[in-house]
Ligand binder design. Structure first.
Ligand code: HEC
Ligand code: HEC
Length: 320
């Protein structure tokens, strides 16, 4: 009720509420003052003999109505309801206010804010204790994992889905296949600072070459493909820039020439049968021609170190 653009609406709302209350009281009072005259009817009759008496409301009945009026007066004193009046208790359901420049501000001291602060405070010692535990040990702690699971449901499922199995473009977190590394610290880094994956597009490549390369890529995970295409694809793959990113050897000193994934760039292993985008020729061609970009948001600034640590343990626990 604090965002009226003009005071007219403030008084308009107050006017309607007060007029409504007064009307109720007048109505109750006028009904209550009807006097009882034995045998007096309204003159209506149904089914020949069924008649309607004109008696006053029972006392207890009208008292209940008066109580609702008293309740609303007390309510309007304590809580917001009368135009801009904030209520004696200062209660607010608002989480944010729009500041003068339109920026979102937290409503300091609002009930919501206080509850959030109280919850955070009771949580802090627990999170600190968890932070002192290493990730594999923490992932075996049932209470911590229940909490981690709730955090995951709140912040992660819109992309990684409720069962953490991911979807097209969003990695499955329950298997042992990692774009950015599956060591506890690597998982934690993915969550804390986020990840940006970018595969360069190849718009200049002709369709036939892209299809040949797709055949070669599919053959790497043991799929039956046309051998002539596969051979042409292998040559094109190796003379294109694919291995710059997909070959782990280049940056890690492991054997080169095999596109078995590069966790420094988030380039997936092309030799396994786990697919981030899908394993049809068309999907692979589309990826080669248009490139692929995706981003895992950074969470440490928003959730803090403790919750990120807990989430890392939760994710680690999904495949261990
Ligand atoms: C807006 C969508 C989105 C949300 C929300 C999101 N993620 Fe991600 N996440 C991604 C994408 C996309 C990737 C893959 C990054 C890339 O493209 O390489 C990823 C990657 C990851 C990885 C690395 C996986 C690997 O194979 O190396 C982990 C771990 C992860 N996310 C955990 C989480 C957790 C925990 C949360 C909740 C706090 C979360 N994500 C929320 C989109 C999201
Ligand atoms: C600049 C680095 C880079 C280059 C060059 C590159 N890729 Fe990629 N590639 C990536 C990254 C990063 C991803 C993951 C994209 C994501 O997470 O959205 C990816 C994804 C893919 C995928 C999807 C894998 C899956 O599991 O669905 C295929 C297939 C692929 N690349 C093939 C190729 C081929 C073929 C070439 C050469 C024509 C190539 N890439 C060149 C970095 C690169």
């Amino acid at each position: 009720m604090s965002d009226f653009t003009s005071d007219i609406w403030n008084f308009y709302v107050i006017g309607i509420v007060v007029a409504g209350l007064i009307t109720c009281i007048v109505l109750l009072w006028s009904q209550g003052s009807v006097t009882y005259t034995a045998g007096k009817t309204t003159g209506h009759s149904w089914d020949e003999t069924l008649e309607e008496y004109n008696n006053p409301l029972p006392k207890w009945w009208s008292l209940l109505f008066y109580l609702t009026v008293v309740f609303s007066v007390v309510y309007l004193f304590l809580y917001p309801g009368l135009g801009k009046y904030q209520g004696y208790l200062g209660w607010s359901s608002a989480r944010y206010n729009l500041g003068a420049d339109g920026a979102v501000e937290n409503v300091a001291g609002s009930q919501y804010q206080k509850e959030v602060e109280a919850a955070e405070q009771s949580l802090t010692p627990k999170l600190e204790a968890y932070l002192a535990m290493d990730i594999p040990t923490l992932s075996k702690d049932p209470q911590a994992m229940e909490m981690g699971g709730r955090l995951f449901q709140a912040y992660c499922i819109q992309c990684h889905s409720a069962d953490a199995k991911g979807s097209k473009g969003f990695p499955n977190l329950t298997n042992d296949d990692w774009q950015w590394g599956g060591e506890p610290e690597q998982i934690k880094e993915s969550i804390a600072v986020g990840r940006v994956a970018a595969m360069t597009p190849h718009p200049e490549m002709d369709d036939e070459t892209a299809r040949d390369i797709a055949s070669y890529v599919l053959s790497l995970s043991g799929r039956e493909v046309d051998q002539a295409r596969r051979a042409r694809g292998e040559t094109a793959f190796k003379s294109s820039d694919c291995l710059t990113c997909h070959d782990p050897g280049i940056m890690t000193g492991r054997p080169t020439g095999v596109p078995s994934g590069n966790i420094l760039m988030g380039a997936p292993d092309l030799t396994d049968s786990v697919w981030l985008y899908g394993s049809t020729e068309n999907i692979i061609v589309e990826g080669i021609k248009n490139g692929r970009q995706n981003q895992m948001p950074a969470w440490e600034g928003f959730l803090g170190k403790g919750k990120v640590h807990l989430l890392a343990a939760y994710v680690y626990g999904l495949s261990h």
